[in-house]
Design a protein around this ligand. Sequence first.
Ligand code: PLP
Length: 365
Amino acid sequence: MAKFNIEDFIKPSINQIEKYLPGKSADFGNKDFIKLSSNESPFTAPKRVFQKAADLLISSNFYPDGDSILLKKSLAKKYKLESKNIVCGNGSDDILSIIAQTFSTEGCEVICSEYGFIYYPIIAKAAGCRVITAQSNNLGVSCENILEKINNKTRIIFIANPNNPTGTIIFKEELIKFLKKVPKNIIVVLDGAYSEFITDKRYTDGIDLIKDFENLIVTRTFSKIYALAGLRLGWAYANKKIIELLEKVRGPFNVNLIAQNIGMLILKENNFIKNSIKHNDKWRKILPERLNNLGLISYESFANFVLVKIDKKKYSKKYILNSLQKRKILVRDLNNYKLFDFFRVSIGSSPNLNKFLKEIELIVR
Ligand SMILES: Cc1ncc(COP(=O)(O)O)c(C=O)c1O
């Protein structure tokens, strides 16, 4: 009789997956640690959005609305879209994965950017695709290099805009030029996880583009500006035909009851969003300045984190990150992104960032 052998079951591409490493966390609930490693919101959502949660939990014997109809209506109203153009997910990573499953064929190619979000190669490989990496340009996504990698096996292109972990952006003009050059039988996924933070008029979150580009899908999340990372809620918009396919592939009840309800309520919290953007805008300017003054190299970011390079001749990254951790400050090492001289620091609360700056100054001086 044949023996159980795990190798018999797996697609070769699954063997190539490197497990996703989340940003470092202290022991759960350990409030002594300052966590600046996962681009979470430093603010808790207003208490009133959680008020109904306990009552809703009591009806957990029933399934939630599998189609998230009310949530879609709220999103449609807020973002001036139509419900039929929206799909909801258990975090945007759920939707990204559904997209990979839906549009890949065995052995097809998926293009990702060097220094792009590390989950894209994972889901592409899980779906049996070959991952093609387009070289980045100055740490940003290079549309030109992506276009050069396109061939008749290409099925999906994943781009985060702004990009995580480098914080770079593709402005609307360049994006449209790029989209015009991508053949329409290739799905372009624009991941707008950090879209809400951007106030620059040269940027588009892509809502205005889906009518012209039928192959475009934009993914969004409630984990960043909406401060609901722990709840797991994401969504995407695209033309109706794409949404109908994603709706078929997703789990039948992929968004839980609490996430649907709290998601609807947080969308109404305009002041909370406005203040979060204001806070982020202030710190995304101050933080690189202050870090550069310390002799580190920090870059302009359009998102809620800042990329920092360490001059190997002057400092040891390992020493800096270990010293920060000893002082109970967690940032994101980027070795698994092959950014060996870099780390990423999330824009936390003002007291936490001041503490981070004070401690890192003591460490490097
Ligand atoms: C670019 C990008 N896309 C997607 C995600 C996943 O977000 P979610 O919490 O919605 O799954 C992240 C998380 O950090 C991200 O940085």
